[in-house]
Design a protein around this ligand. Sequence first.
Ligand SMILES: Cc1ncc(C[n+]2csc(CCOP(=O)(O)OP(=O)(O)O)c2C)c(N)n1
Length: 334
Amino acid sequence: MPTDQLSGARLLELYRTMVLSRHLDERVWLLNRQGKAAIAASAQGHEAAQVACVEATDPSKDHYLIYYRQFTAMIALGTEPEEMLRGFLAKEADPMSAARQFPLHGAHPRVDLFNFSNVIATQLPQAAGVALADRLKGSDAVTIVYFGDGASSQGDTHEAMNFAGVHKLPVIFFCENNRYAISVPLEKQMGIESVASRAAGYGFPGVQVDGTDVVAVHEATKAAVERARAGDGPTLIEAAVERLLPHTTDDDHTRYRSADDIARMAERDPIRILSDLLKRRDLLSVDEDEEIHSLAKQRVNVATDAVDAEPYPGTETMFDHVVDISTYDSGGNS
Ligand SMILES: Cc1ncc(C[n+]2csc(CCOP(=O)(O)OP(=O)(O)O)c2C)c(N)n1
């Protein structure tokens, strides 16, 4: 695999982002166990795929439609740990929904993140719409939409891909395939072997890539970005990742995954894989690696202490942004 597109310095930077994401993710899980964070869906195991995909795009003009497992992509796009913790701890200053929604749900205008729904796959038709808008405006921006393997079986996914294929829209369908939709394994939600092969039905390429390999994901995404900017249309990327933790903090995957299956995932931990690669290339020493982890922990500690001390929304704001349905008449006019 050629590596000339990602310099050693960039690889190290991506590693720092992945380590920060991992420590923040672990912290949120602990805050849930302390009764402070209501629920979280972890990105542990998905970090390489997310950071490398963002690295291959241009955040100054491209658009990103995320889903709930997007810790690392959000950090890579410039979301601060404090901003994410405000959502998890339901604090007044939560930039995404002012503590109205499931954590990390809502829009984040400062980093140009669109509002997304917890209803899986709804972001895909929206992404096709965003890409169409860019086409009409004459912009060469690319839209990247993230989703899981389970979401790839939803009707919305197929309508979005069909529409994007017909109109050759500049959109990248980026599937993070962790082989589970909550407790349902891949083979029980689709009759074909790969998500990527779905693209053939819509007239654009589907590529499979090892989602624990930063260099491979970067290269696959770069090719898809070039194709989209050139006006050649969409690409479906299927990044094979591991969901190292249960579906959410409310789940227990030992009920439906074998002990062997869970133990085997450790070999595909993307943080360990990139750390080993950097060390093999003499880009990282053991001491420097420890320092990166220690700085990330400090960053997360500072953010946690600050956000923990922030106020919750006041009860007087309970009905802010809530539509009063008594103002609607039965004819549907308001
Ligand atoms: C339309 C719809 N059906 C069911 C659910 C419940 N649900 C929430 S997450 C999820 C699993 C999605 O799995 P996948 O798309 O593979 O993403 P992952 O969580 O594994 O990253 C399901 C079924 C939902 N939110 N929306």
